[in-house]
Design a protein around this ligand. Structure first.
Ligand code: CP
Length: 309
């Protein structure tokens, strides 16, 4: 039986291409089940999972919860706004108290980069990173690459441009690692002020011109401007950002190629993406959301399997 090479899902950086392939093949099986009238399987009946969300989330939180329920796991949920973290309790104390209640897997979203790695080194549980600050968002990258594989048949050789706030984006970093491991060519597009300094070391080229980027790519993955992570003015105004880097139907109609539009959500409609593109036949945004459940079922199932070996 194939198993993952890792004990936790901390980031795509730590995965081998064979791990990603195994997650995709396992997700294929779960996706078939999710399309049947009875969507629940007993695979994680004896497993307890705690979802700890110390940052806002809609898609990731609900997708993990649904994945866990469809695997028949027992689940508990905690958010920073309703927890004793507000009274000064440390992350480690919080998690050790939860683990004393016999929990097997922790799903963690946290504003601090490295929070999941820190937990994995200090507690006795499987850790799944559901987004850690500006660092990584591995399940998002897996579901993004899986959606590209579903649309095109494979990821290898595809040209993907990630557009927007690369500097503050964990989705961008995880996507770069994931797509490159699967043989895609990845470039980025946006204002230079929103590009990380280490872009060259990631082997990623930068387009400052949106039209050139869109002409080059098969797939454009559009990111939101993450104002909550910006304490400086990286561009004059959202309106000016939108005029240079916002994608609308008029721009797509001028292209000589037919491209696929992706977005991890939440969308700021009218800023990075217009509604006539977000809701068009170019968009696979809701397919990404749908695939998130099967991908998260696969990740949790494979990690739980690893534990019993
Ligand atoms: N894509 C994503 O992480 O969305 P949420 O912040 O809503 O979970």
């Amino acid at each position: 039986m194939s198993i993952l090479s890792v004990n936790h899902l901390l980031g795509i950086k730590y995965l081998k291409p064979s791990d990603i392939d195994l997650i995709f093949k396992t997700a294929d099986n779960f996706k078939k089940i999710l399309n049947q009238p009875i969507k629940k399987v007993p695979s994680l009946r004896d497993i307890s999972i705690a979802n700890l969300f110390f940052e806002d989330s809609t898609r990731t939180k609900l997708s993990f919860e649904l994945a866990e329920k469809r695997l028949s796991a027992e689940i508990i949920n905690l958010s920073s706004t309703s927890s004793s973290v507000k009274k000064g309790e440390t992350l480690l104390d919080t998690v050790n108290n939860i683990l004393a209640m016999k929990v097997d897997i922790i799903v963690l979203r946290h504003p601090n980069p490295g929070a999941s790695v820190f937990l994995s080194r200090n507690v006795d549980a499987k850790i799944v990173n559901a987004g850690d600050g500006t660092h990584e968002h591995p399940t998002q990258a897996l579901l993004d690459a899986y959606s590209i594989r579903e649309k095109f048949g494979n990821v290898n050789g595809r040209k993907v441009v990630i557009i927007g706030d690369i500097l503050h984006s964990r989705v961008a970093l995880s996507n770069i690692y994931c797509l490159q491991k699967l043989g895609a060519e990845v470039r980025v597009c946006g204002p230079s002020s929103l590009m990380p300094k280490h872009l060259n070391s990631l082997n990623v080229e930068h387009f400052s011109n949106l039209d050139e980027a869109l002409e080059w790519c098969d797939i454009a993955n559009i990111l939101r401007i993450q104002l909550e992570r910006q304490n400086l003015n990286y561009f004059p105004s959202l309106r000016e950002y939108s005029m240079r880097y916002g994608i609308n139907k008029k721009i797509l109609d001028k292209l000589t190629n037919d491209i696929v539009i992706m977005h991890p959500g939440p969308i700021n409609r009218g800023v990075e993406l217009s509604s006539d593109v977000a809701d068009s036949k170019h968009s696979i945004i809701l397919n990404q959301v749908e695939n998130g459940v099967a991908i998260r079922m696969a990740v949790l199932y494979l990690l739980a399997l690893k534990k019993s070996n």
